[in-house]
Write a protein of this length. Structure first.
Length: 217
């Protein structure tokens, strides 16, 4: 007699492939949709503007949506990411290579060396580039959007993910939000772990049961 095949566990809806920037739409502080295309008019040629907010507050998600909207509107777009000071050359190289009048998006601006900002500003002015960056503090830049979060925003993000089968409830969402002080990226990782424990039947002390404030999705 053949052994029964192993039970296949359901896909975790909080996996990175569902939550990484670009997979979820940009939302406002209380879960309201943000139309990224409406921000394009505020990207003036020759200027550098900033999307500002703490870690995990949706800056990269909004930047990805804005870059997509710029491409659809016919702008030549270039996107770069600064992961450490060693990447400071990336926005400079992108500004040199970008077509004049195009849009340059830089994620992680605060990690670049201080001199990078001056060089990119000069290149933007000379080539009439529309430059938008994400940063934790404005560093003297005009603010395009200041990102903030709320439990309602996390609620709405969870509602847009694949079905969690009722394993995650409103109390889980509120607790994850509070535990990580509004950092949605960390809160979603927390919910990933909760889902894994429950779907595998691994309860843990202090792991509150799902509360049905949210209907199963």
């Amino acid at each position: 007699m053949m052994p029964a095949p192993p039970r296949r566990l359901p896909t975790n809806p909080f996996a990175t492939r569902f939550t990484k920037p670009g997979m979820l739409p940009p939302l406002g502080p209380h879960g309201e949709p943000i139309d990224a295309s409406r921000l394009l008019d505020r990207l003036a040629p020759g200027r550098v503007v900033a999307i500002v907010g703490p870690h995990g507050h949706g800056k990269s998600t909004l930047l990805a949506a804005l870059t997509t909207a710029a491409g659809r509107a016919g702008f030549a777009t270039t996107a770069v990411r600064v992961r450490s000071p060693l990447d400071s050359w990336r926005p400079i190289a992108a500004a040199l290579a970008s077509p004049g009048g195009g849009v340059l998006a830089c994620d992680g601006w605060e990690r670049a060396l201080p001199g990078t900002a001056l060089v990119v500003r000069l290149l933007a002015a000379a080539r009439r580039l529309r430059v938008v960056v994400t940063t934790h503090c404005r560093r003297g830049l005009p603010v395009l959007v200041r990102c903030d979060t709320s439990p309602a925003l996390l609620d709405e993000l969870v509602a847009r993910l694949p079905d969690h089968g009722g394993l995650i409830g409103g109390a889980d969402i509120d607790e994850a939000y509070e535990r990580h002080a509004g950092n949605l990226r960390e809160a979603l990782c927390d919910l990933y772990d909760r889902f894994e424990r429950r779907v595998r039947g691994w309860p843990r002390a202090g792991d509150a049961p799902a509360i049905d404030r949210l209907a199963p999705r």
